[in-house]
Design a protein around this ligand. Structure first.
Ligand SMILES: Nc1ncnc2c1ncn2[C@@H]1O[C@H](COP(=O)(O)OP(=O)(O)OP(=O)(O)O)[C@@H](O)[C@H]1O
Ligand SMILES: [Mg+2]
Length: 308
């Protein structure tokens, strides 16, 4: 297969609207016919969308976790947040007094050069780490007041992570990596399997189900990471350099996919990157340098349909 054939097949399969339409309408995804409107043959799993009857409507509730409909309350709020790394005797302040509120339905890009504190910030925004000073609130709850299991549960239901280095589990197959967050959420086994298969079909990787991450290309690993981030259908997607390891064309597909999730489903997308090419997708841009916010810019981009 030539590179252009691979990209074309990716383009055909990786059609975000197929996935999103179905979630949005909560109606039958595909009829019994084998082909979609463009005459493309569909993967087995795409005929049956396991997200339709699971009660996982992105804009409503996730197994008891109330998601704000109130646009005036931030989903995530950082107040005077500092992150100080200790290396022996030496202290290094990677974040210095960050104040930031992120609202439902934003497509927020945090832009900064290498070493400016983006991944550190992502770990705090995603409640994977606690600040050295200051507070991080998720859904108006100070995360330092939650115990480990409460935090893991809320984080697992609310945030889908796409990490800079993918963080796929090297000893698990593609399929098992996508299945993992569903197992953490104690999803019914059979439904979890259907969801994992479905998402791998959505990102065009059904044929690589059994491959280990080391047996995938960089772009394919990125797609597994995306499928995994969507597994529990969280309202927030947090991505660290989502296109960092991809060629331009594949990177554009990934971003268009995230953009669709934002505009069609009203998902809150937060991306940390150094890549100015991504700025065209943003509703707001936070410029960060040496652990501090330099400036914040609001962009003119249509508000997600679901939030109007
Ligand atoms: N565990 C750690 N211990 C000490 N210093 C750290 C640690 N993690 C990060 N740093 C330092 O904190 C600063 C911010 O790191 P961070 O990983 O957040 O940068 P970044 O903006 O994500 O960079 P990149 O674009 O290269 O991924 C860097 O100077 C880094 O060396
Ligand atoms: Mg980083």
């Amino acid at each position: 297969m030539t590179l252009s054939e691979i990209l074309d097949s990716f383009k055909t399969k990786f059609n975000p609207s197929k996935f999103i339409d179905s979630l949005e309408k909560r109606a039958s995804f595909y009829d019994e016919s084998e082909n979609d409107s463009e005459g493309n043959s569909l993967g087995e799993n795409l005929k049956n969308n396991p997200y339709l009857n699971s009660g996982n409507n992105s804009a409503e509730s996730f197994k008891g976790v109330k998601i704000y409909k109130n646009k005036d309350e931030p989903l995530i709020k950082l107040t005077d947040v500092w992150k100080i790394y200790q290396m022996g005797e030496v202290e290094f302040a990677a974040l210095k007094g960050i104040n930031l509120e992120i609202y439902e339905g934003e497509f927020l890009i945090i832009l900064g050069p290498s070493g400016s504190g983006k991944s550190t910030m992502m770990n705090l925004l995603g409640c994977l780490d606690l600040p050295s000073k200051g507070t991080v609130c998720l859904n108006s709850k100070d995360i330092s007041e939650l115990n480990e299991s409460e935090l893991a549960r809320i984080r697992g239901q609310m945030i889908g992570f796409i990490f800079q280095s993918f963080n796929l589990i090297p000893t698990l197959s593609t399929y098992e990596n996508v299945l993992l967050p569903l197992e953490f959420q104690e999803e019914d086994r059979q439904i979890a399997r259907q969801k994992a298969s479905y998402l791998l079909d959505v990102v065009g990787l059904s044929e690589k189900k059994g491959n280990l991450p080391s047996q995938l290309s960089g772009g394919q690993r990125q797609r597994v990471a995306i499928a995994r981030s969507l597994a529990v259908n969280p309202p927030i997607i947090l991505a660290d350099e989502p296109t960092g390891n991809l060629d331009t064309k594949t990177g554009d597909y990934i971003l268009d996919f995230l953009d669709e999730l934002h505009t069609r489903e009203g998902k809150t997308i937060i991306i940390v990157t150094h890549d100015v090419e991504l700025l065209r997708y943003a509703t707001r841009i936070v410029y960060i340098r040496d652990g501090e916010i330099e400036k914040i810019e609001t962009c003119t981009k249509n508000e997600p349909e679901g939030l109007k």
